[in-house]
Design a protein around this ligand. Structure first.
Ligand code: ZN
Ligand code: ZN
Length: 332
């Protein structure tokens, strides 16, 4: 029987508690993973703050897990003890519903998600279904690799849905945008970064990562955009982004939760502009993004916190007082 220390949510809206948890026995397709680093994602905040439905408390958040395989179930063939792997948000799917059979397992009716409906990586150990784990490019350290697991790869799904945009806008320049800006630049696109009004530091950070323009989210960019991705959970950014994209342009909402979108005049949508959302990830997205991460030299900006200080990392993220991504490391 293996026990793990874990920072757990006992009730939405309350701080996480450091608990000792007994792990379930390993199923045939599962692996036991020693967590080396776990990223702190905005979705964790939505879990902790009770903004997502049906949170099964107590639960351990965390779905940007970089870890070392310690045990493998009897049917696991891809991974061996000692492998460094990533455990992402998509934890399980049914494989038989309409969406799974259409290649849209990200929309599976009975999917389970790491750190939301399955215990996640704010812990020393995690049990994961090996079929949903991902390889980690060797050149990234544990803490650098953690934000690739969600900010990177769900961000990448949004980036793909945004289409072949030359002028690409990012609303909210945090963990996801700062990685995707680097991918976009490597692919010859021009990045426009929008931050909270007055966030001069965030705008400076975006320019350092190659943004051709950075400014307040309530301002229009220097040129019309071909597409925009909204990472910030702020509904009023939808009409703002529609006003910034040219005719035929697309606005992609990449978050799992957003405040209500205010009413806006039809002319903002007119001209074949469109609004789409991106939900979760498929395993194909994950594999594809990790191949890109292996080719392009991404420089993830991370701020490391000890596991026991997860609450502090979350509140810094909530207040917008992070540059890049927070990553938890167990120092025990
Ligand atoms: Zn399904
Ligand atoms: Zn996430």
């Amino acid at each position: 029987m293996i026990t793990t220390r874990a920072m757990r949510l006992h009730a939405p809206g309350t701080p996480l508690f450091l608990d000792e948890v007994t792990l379930p026995a390993l199923g045939p397709t599962q692996v036991l993973v020693r967590v080396l680093a776990c990223g702190v994602c905005r979705t964790d905040l939505h879990v902790v703050d009770g903004e997502l439905p049906r949170i099964p408390c107590p639960i351990t958040p965390g779905h940007e897990i970089v870890g070392r395989v310690e045990q493998v179930g009897s049917a696991v063939t891809r991974w061996r003890t000692g492998d460094r792997i990533g455990v992402p948000w998509l934890g399980e799917t049914c494989g038989t519903c309409h969406y799974c059979t259409m290649g849209l397992e990200n929309l599976c009716e009975s999917a389970r998600f790491t750190g939301y409906t399955l215990d996640g990586g704010y812990a020393q150990y995690v049990v994961a279904d090996a079929r949903y784990c991902l390889p980690i490019p060797e050149k990234y350290s544990d803490t650098e690799a953690a934000p690739l697991l969600c900010a990177g790869l769900i961000g990448y799904r949004a980036y793909r849905v945004a289409g072949d945009a030359e002028n690409l806008g990012f609303y909210g320049f945090g963990a996801a945008a700062h990685l995707l800006a680097q991918v976009a630049r490597a692919q010859g696109r021009r990045v426009f970064a929008f931050t909270r009004p007055g966030d001069v530091e965030g705008q400076e950070f975006a320019r350092r990562l190659g943004a051709v323009w950075a400014g307040d989210s309530d301002k229009l960019p220097s040129e019309p955009l071909d597409a925009a991705i909204i990472f910030a959970p702020v509904g009023s950014l939808v009409p703002a982004a529609l006003a910034a994209v040219r005719k035929g342009g697309r606005v992609v909402c990449a978050g799992i939760h957003m405040s209500d979108i205010p009413a806006f005049p039809y002319h903002l949508l007119w001209g074949e502009r469109s609004v789409a959302s991106v939900a979760n990830l498929t395993r194909t997205d994950g594999e594809e993004f990790m191949r890109i991460a292996a080719q392009v030299d991404l420089h993830p900006a991370v701020e490391v916190f000890p596991l026991a200080r997860a609450n502090e990392a979350l509140s810094r993220l909530r207040d917008g007082r992070l540059t890049g991504a927070a990553v938890l490391v167990d120092e025990s």
